[in-house]
Write a protein that binds this ligand. Structure first.
Ligand SMILES: [Mn+2]
Length: 423
């Protein structure tokens, strides 16, 4: 496929920015003044915001989201090239989503060189590859109905290991540097699976995959408490994932999906522990109300994501070994335009990251030394309650993206153009 120019016209974006420039300038001036009173430099914050980027999931540019079926929007991407086109729109408007995360076999390609070239023409690279052994594909020899990497039958495990090695091979050709593994292996009923041996089989399969991992790659283990197995899951929690990653090797780490925790779990504390262990691999960012709801990040519990980001900002200020988390979005919707949802998510993360940067870490530490619970909490809340939207808008403008990405997207007519073009 011939490479096309960027999805949205640059001049269209900059003309919209020019129209908003006066108001944005005034808002930034006001914010810079209030920040200065707290000893915070606006320009330094701007650089901090611009340094934060996330990866867009290839499965997030189409509707999905429920087990009960999906309701496509007009002009959905029909192949991987078109998925990249849509992902490029998110990056063009936010300047914060320059990578895409693929799922194999959903995104299986016979011509990774062409895919890589197309991505590069759009200004995109590739983040962690994801392998899918949690559902059967047409023509597949052996079924994953009763598991994959931890299956009782060695032949099924072989097939699942092979799929992961193939995923690495495709990712290598694309320039990716990590593999994320999530498996649904487990049991729906007590007695169905032997708890000890199933974990051993999982470890054994992971070791085989790790042996096929290129030296400059990392392996991320993504845990999840339940679903599709509703009684027992092999990699159910960060304890199991950490234990596995410690046994597998130096380049194996844990991936935290925000939606993969039981209600009330203190995720920021898990993040702090994984940082200490040098085993925080990355994130699947999303939000949830009940379980693995894959809702737009920050839509339900923005304060929770802010607290997670605060731990990451703290760790970044005083880096520990192996601290370079991969930030990836993992969400899928039925009721929002998928591109709009990804833009909204990316903007929400820019805002929450900016607010986490505003925490006065020395003052917070002083409150903590004094056991001043109220003072410490208010230090966090003060940052969280700051309206940083002018700051993140200016960060986008500096990156040649849009001051107001959602309004710009809607005004661009991209969706209706694609509906006509793609049918
Ligand atoms: Mn995930």
């Amino acid at each position: 496929m011939a490479s096309r120019p960027l999805a949205l016209d640059r001049d269209f974006i900059s003309s919209r920015n020019r129209k908003a420039a006066r108001e944005l300038g005034a808002d930034c001036k006001y914010l810079a003044r209030t920040l200065k009173r707290k000893g915070i430099e606006f320009e330094a914050m701007l650089e901090g915001v611009r340094a934060f980027t996330v990866a867009v999931p290839s499965w997030g540019v189409r509707t999905g989201g429920t087990r009960f079926g999906s309701f496509p929007v007009p002009g959905q991407p029909r192949d991987l090239f078109e998925k990249l086109d849509d992902a490029a729109v998110v990056n063009q408007l936010t300047a914060a989503a320059p990578r895409v995360s693929l799922h194999i076999p959903w995104d299986k390609t016979d011509d990774p060189a062409a895919v890589r070239k197309h991505a590069r023409s759009l200004g995109l690279g590739f983040d962690a590859m994801n392998s899918n052994t949690f559902e059967d594909q047409p023509g597949q020899e052996r079924s994953y109905k009763f598991g994959s990497l931890a299956h009782v039958d060695a032949a099924v495990r072989d097939q699942a290991v092979a799929l992961n090695l193939e995923t690495i091979a495709i990712g290598r050709a694309l320039g990716a540097k990590a593999l994320t593994i999530w498996i649904g292996d487990g049991a729906n009923f007590p007695g169905q699976a032997a708890l000890g041996p199933s974990f051993e089989r999982c470890l054994d399969s992971l070791r085989r995959i790790y042996r096929g991992l290129p030296r400059d790659w990392r392996l991320f283990l993504e845990y999840k408490p339940f679903e599709p197995a509703f009684y027992y899951t092999v990699l159910a929690d960060w304890g199991s994932a950490l234990m596995a990653s410690l046994e597998i090797g130096e380049r194996c780490a844990v991936l935290v999906d925000l939606g993969h925790h039981l209600p009330g779990t203190n995720i920021e504390a898990i993040v702090a522990r994984l940082i200490r262990a040098g085993k925080l691999g990355g994130f699947h960012l999303n939000d949830n109300h009940y379980a693995d709801d894959d809702l737009t990040a920050g839509s339900i519990q923005p304060y929770r994501l802010f607290r997670v980001f605060h731990e990451l900002v703290l760790a970044g200020a005083n880096p520990k070994k192996n601290f370079r988390p991969a930030y990836m979005i993992d969400q899928s919707h039925n009721v929002k335009d998928p591109i709009e949802a990804l833009i909204q998510t990316t903007m929400e993360m820019q805002n929450l990251w900016a607010r986490a940067l505003l925490v006065d870490r020395e003052r917070l530490a002083e409150y903590q030394r004094l056991n001043d619970a109220l003072g410490a909490e208010m230090e966090l809340k003060d940052a969280f309650n700051t309206d940083v939207r002018p700051l993140t808008a200016m960060a986008r403008v500096r990156g040649d993206a849009a001051a107001a990405p959602l309004a710009t997207y809607r005004a661009s007519g991209y969706r209706s153009a694609k509906a006509r073009e793609r049918g």
